[in-house]
Design a protein around this ligand. Structure first.
Ligand code: HEC
Ligand code: HEC
Length: 203
């Protein structure tokens, strides 16, 4: 992450945590209020973050989003930002927050490097049998839309995708869901990781 994004994250995090403390008495408007006051500055009100290192949540399966929130709270998915925010969310609200983001329409990015995207497409759709690399499509679906077990990758920011692949590769995430990805990411070169991210971001 660049220094300016880090500063933005820290400032937004503090603002979010301060306002989060006052969401207790909001009644029926509680969920929209939490999203607007705590999540939107980073993930966008419609779940389509415009910050390349912060993931889009729009259109991701609600069960996946819920599971990740719980993993941040458990500390097995490591993130300074989400590790601090996760525990401030009332466990009973998590399901509704996940459902809200899942209902939003996801946006896509544009291809900036067609040659890399072509390399990425081949890896994503076919994998590489000789190297024991499974096709990403086998789990994440051929269109990258994902399922409840395997997250949507289509339209996600390429920078975020690359960052996550590097975290899997370096065994940063130890949540149960990351087990497959830690193996998969170690079988890709950094150039291949960038290529798959280029392809997926524009789906
Ligand atoms: C200060 C910025 C910031 C705020 C505020 C914030 N997030 Fe995040 N969020 C992030 C970052 C950065 C990541 C990526 C974490 C990582 O590297 O694993 C993330 C990741 C996530 C993920 C995992 C997405 C995926 O594709 O795996 C979920 C779910 C999530 N955030 C939900 C929320 C919710 C719900 C709120 C509000 C209650 C919120 N976030 C507030 C920055 C933020
Ligand atoms: C055996 C099934 C499987 C295969 C094959 C697979 N993945 Fe995954 N992938 C997963 C699971 C499960 C997760 C969710 C990890 C978690 O719960 O944190 C995931 C998560 C991811 C994420 C993080 C998404 C986010 O929003 O944070 C990226 C990026 C990713 N996979 C890329 C790939 C790529 C690229 C390939 C092909 C080279 C691939 N995956 C192949 C199962 C798979």
């Amino acid at each position: 992450m660049s220094e300016s994004v880090k500063t933005f994250c820290r400032t937004t995090l503090m603002l979010g945590l301060l306002s989060g403390a006052s969401t207790m008495a909001l009644g029926a408007d509680k969920i929209p209020a939490i999203i607007e006051q705590v999540c939107a500055a980073c993930h966008g009100l419609d779940g389509n973050s415009v910050i390349p290192t912060i993931p889009k949540l729009a259109g991701r399966h609600p069960e996946y989003l819920l599971r990740e929130l719980r993993d941040f709270v458990a500390g097995t998915r490591k993130s300074d930002v989400m590790g601090a925010i996760g525990p401030t969310i009332d466990a009973g609200d998590m399901k509704d927050i996940a459902a809200y983001f899942a209902r939003q329409t996801p946006t896509s990015e544009k291809i900036t490097d067609a040659a890399a995207a072509a390399v990425g497409e081949k890896i994503f759709q076919d994998g590489n049998e000789e190297r024991g690399l499974p096709a990403c499509a086998g789990c994440h679906e051929p269109d990258g839309a994902g399922t409840k077990r395997f997250p949507r990758l289509a339209g996600q920011h390429r920078e975020y995708l690359v960052e996550q692949m590097m975290k899997f590769r370096n065994d940063v995430h130890t949540n149960p869901g990351a087990r497959f990805m830690r193996t998969v990411a170690k079988r890709l070169t950094e150039d291949e990781i960038r290529a798959v991210a280029e392809y997926m971001s524009a789906k």
